[in-house]
Design a protein around this ligand. Structure first.
Ligand code: FAD
Length: 293
C-alpha cells in the first residue's frame, strides 16, 4: 500500500513508548503523530481512517501497558493540545494539559472535587476518558462538557449528563477527546480546596508507591466488600517478582518496574495474580490498566 507523505514523517518521529509511559515499558509504534490543534487531530484521524491504519490515543501514558516490540498502527499523542482558559463559571482545558497542574489550580479556582485528586498523573484527556479519581474526589465531580472527534474524525461537543461517567468509565471509547470544561463553584473557597488537597495527598503518600515506576492500579475493585489490593495482599503476593516487574510491597494493586521490566514480565505477573486471587478468593479481577497489544 502506498502511504501518504505524512506517514513518512510520523514514522521517523516514532520513538519507544517505554519513554512515554509511567511504568517504562512498551515498544515503538509504526507512526507517531503529535498535532497542535483540533484541526490537526482531525487530519490525522481522517488520514488513518482513509488508509486503514489503526489509531491509538496517548495521553500521559500513566495507565497504559503497551506491548514489547512494534505496535501495529499509529499513535496520536495529545501533549501539544494545551489551552487553558478561565471564565467566571468554568475553566476550559486542552486534552494535553497536565492533570496535576489542573488539580493545583483547582484549589484557587474553586473547581469541585479536583483538589481531592493529588498524586494522579496524566493528561486532562486521559483523566476524562478514565473518569479518574479516588476517595477524595474525581473528574466526574466537576466535568460539564467534553469536545473531541469521533472515530470518523467528526467534531463533537457533549454536555455531561448524570450517568455518563461511571467507575473508571466514560462514553468516549473510540473517540479522541481534545478538550474539557470544568465548572467552578463560588461556594468552594481556596481554604476548603487546600484542606481537601492536603488530606488527600497525605493519604496517597501513605498508601501508594508514588515515586516508583508504575501504571497506577492494575485491577478495578470488584463488586463486594473487598478491594483488589486487599484480595492480592491476602493471597500473599506482595513483593512477588517476575523479571523486573514486582507487586508493590506498599500497595498490592500496583505493579512496579524495578529496573529493566518488559511488558511480558508485567503481563506474566498480571496473569499469575489473577490465577492466585481466583483460586484463593474465587474472584475474577478485571483490568483497570489499558492495554495495547
Ligand atoms: C502513581 C500513580 C497513581 C495513580 N493514581 C490514580 C488514582 O488515584 N485514581 C485514578 O483514577 N487513576 C490513578 N492513576 C492512573 C492514571 O493516572 C489515570 O488513569 C489517568 O487518567 C491516566 O491519564 P493519561 O493521560 O496518562 O492516560 P493514558 O495512560 O495515556 O491513557 C489511558 C487511556 O485513556 C485513553 N486516552 C488518553 N487520552 C485520551 C484522549 N485525549 N482521548 C481519548 N482517549 C484518551 C488512552 O487511549 C488509554 O486507553 C495513577 C497512576 C499512577 C502512575
Amino acid at each position: 500500500m502506498v502511504l501518504p507523505r505524512d506517514f513518512d514523517d510520523a514514522h521517523a518521529r516514532a520513538d519507544s513508548l517505554s519513554l512515554r509511559t509511567s511504568i517504562g515499558v512498551g515498544g515503538r509504534p509504526r507512526y507517531l503523530f503529535e498535532p497542535e490543534s483540533e484541526e490537526g487531530c482531525r487530519e490525522v484521524v481522517r488520514l488513518c481512517r482513509a488508509s486503514g491504519v489503526p489509531l491509538h490515543v496517548l495521553g500521559g501514558g500513566c495507565n497504559l501497558l503497551v506491548t514489547d516490540g512494534e505496535i501495529e498502527g499509529a499513535v496520536i499523542a495529545t501533549r501539544n493540545l494545551k489551552h487553558f482558559r478561565v471564565f467566571d463559571d468554568r475553566v476550559e482545558v486542552g486534552a494535553g494539559y497536565g492533570f496535576p497542574a489542573l488539580v493545583r489550580k483547582a484549589i484557587d479556582l474553586g473547581i469541585p472535587g479536583l483538589p481531592g485528586c493529588p498524586g494522579i498523573p496524566g493528561s486532562v484527556g486521559g483523566v476524562v476518558f478514565m473518569n479518574a479519581g479516588g476517595r477524595f474526589g474525581s473528574v466526574a465531580d466537576a466535568l460539564s462538557e467534553v469536545s473531541g472527534l469521533d472515530h470518523e474524525g467528526n467534531v463533537f461537543r457533549r454536555f455531561i449528563q448524570p450517568g455518563d461517567l461511571g467507575y473508571r468509565s466514560s462514553p468516549f471509547a473510540g473517540c479522541l477527546v481534545t478538550g474539557a470544561v470544568f465548572r467552578r463553584d463560588p461556594a468552594q473557597t481556596p481554604e476548603m480546596g487546600q484542606a481537601l488537597h492536603r488530606k488527600a495527598m497525605t493519604w496517597k503518600r501513605d498508601t501508594q508507591p508514588l515515586a516508583a515506576r508504575s501504571a497506577g492500579c492494575i485491577f478495578k475493585n470488584p463488586p463486594g466488600p473487598y478491594s483488589a489490593g486487599w484480595l492480592i495482599e491476602q493471597a500473599d503476593l506482595k513483593g512477588l517478582r517476575i523479571g523486573g516487574a514486582m507487586v508493590s510491597t506498599q500497595h498490592a494493586n500496583f505493579i512496579v518496574n524495578t529496573g529493566e521490566a518488559s511488558a511480558k514480565d508485567v503481563w506474566s505477573l498480571i496473569m499469575l495474580i489473577q490465577a492466585e486471587v481466583k483460586q484463593r478468593h474465587g474472584v475474577d479481577l478485571e483490568l483497570e490498566v489499558q492495554t495495547w497489544a
